[in-house]
Structure formats: C-alpha cells, structure tokens
Design a protein. Sequence first.
Length: 126
Amino acid sequence: MNSMFTLTVRVSLGLALVVFGANMIYPFLPMDHPDTNTAAGQFMNSLGATGYIFPVVGFLEVIIGAMLLLKKWVAFALILLAPISINILLFHLFLDIPGLSIAVLVVVFNIILIFKHWQQYRPLFY
C-alpha cells in the first residue's frame, strides 16, 4: 500500500481524533444538542448524565490521535481505537443515520491502518 496514502490516512484520523476528543473534554466547537424526542438524543443524554463517559472517551481519543500523529505505538493505538470506531459506526447505523458517512470513514481508515500494520498483529494469532 502506498506510504503517502497511509500517511494521509493516519494523519487525517489522528487530527480528527485529537480535535473531536478534545471537544468532548472541553467543548469548543458549536454542536447541536440532541433532540430528546429521538432514540439517539435520549441515548446521548443518558451517557452525558453519567458525567464521566464523554471525558473518558475524549481523553482516549486525544491520546490515540496523538499516538497516530506522532507515529508512536501506532499498532497499539489502532487496537484501542477499534472498539470506539465500531461503537461510533453502530450508533450511527442504528440511531442516527445522517451521520453514518463519517462513521464509515472512521472505520474504513481504522481498517486500512490495521491492514498496513498487520505484520505486528500476526503473533497474536499463533
């Protein structure tokens, strides 16, 4: 796979994770509040009511994004990102279809990078 392509994917995913993860910790981007009449809005409100889910996930996203940007422990960062990206995809697939394209993009970028680093994962399957 072309290294310039994977560099672009890694940096794009890393930047997105750092920006949106930081926004979960300290909101600085204008975002619409979820409509409480929808299942997606009720789900997001209940997660927000816990008081810890969004800051923890935001912190993880910032750390994972930084690892991707700095090219440190990339294979480990991708494994940490896998359940987060799957949950983003499932949330948009079942509760918020309009955001599905971005969720698919995050999952595809994660899969591309996992495929690129597959040699580092091979010992896990022996």
